[in-house]
Ligand binder design. Sequence first.
Ligand SMILES: NCCCC(=O)O
Length: 237
Amino acid sequence: MKPLIGVTSSMEMDQSHYAVTNRNIKAISRVGGIPLMLPYLLEDIDQIANEIDGLYLTGGYDIDPILFGEEPHPKLGTIIPERDQFEFSLIKKLLEMGKPILGVCRGCQILNIVAGGDMYQDIYAQIDRELLQHTQKAPLKHGSHFVNVLKGSLLHQLTGLEKFRINSWHHQANRSVPDTFQISGEASDGVIEAIESKAHPFVLGLQWHPEGMDDEGSLKIYQGFMAACLEYKKKRA
Ligand SMILES: NCCCC(=O)O
């Protein structure tokens, strides 16, 4: 039996439909998982948390700063509060249950917030040093800048690399991580690119979009995530 992977979904402001990109669906299905798009059904969150073998947090709109105790900065973009509330509660449950989590872009940010970390609402307005271009003007599959990887980290074990190229498509980023997490990847300008839990076998957040890349490292990350989900599924069977 293949692992069931909860995949978080986006929504437009008119709230007419849910959406997940096919890139994200394929990233999960090609490594052997069944992606299940998750609607924002707070009332069903316990059952959803129980049924899935792993959680994949996709990218999307900005995160409501109320979740990290701030007022909205002028540069804050669109937020979908229902999505934030649903994901916040679901991540909390999955962390308690010890189920594998992989978060990309926005997923990396909300994972950190739930764990007790902090984030920038806009890196260009709130970081007082020269930054790289983090919203690349190139196709998503292009690795536009490097990530430096913490030796011995989960990210290092998965990719076998201490430095590799990643795409970049964000204006927010994590500012600090809680004690239970570590920063496992950074850009050369100091922007946090990867975080992971020190207390779980597989809880990983990546600031970039590996689902949009076709390199070996991205594939290995998804393969590692699926192996962890399969392991969890076997243990609870
Ligand atoms: N904050 C949502 C993810 C994308 C971005 O940071 O721009």
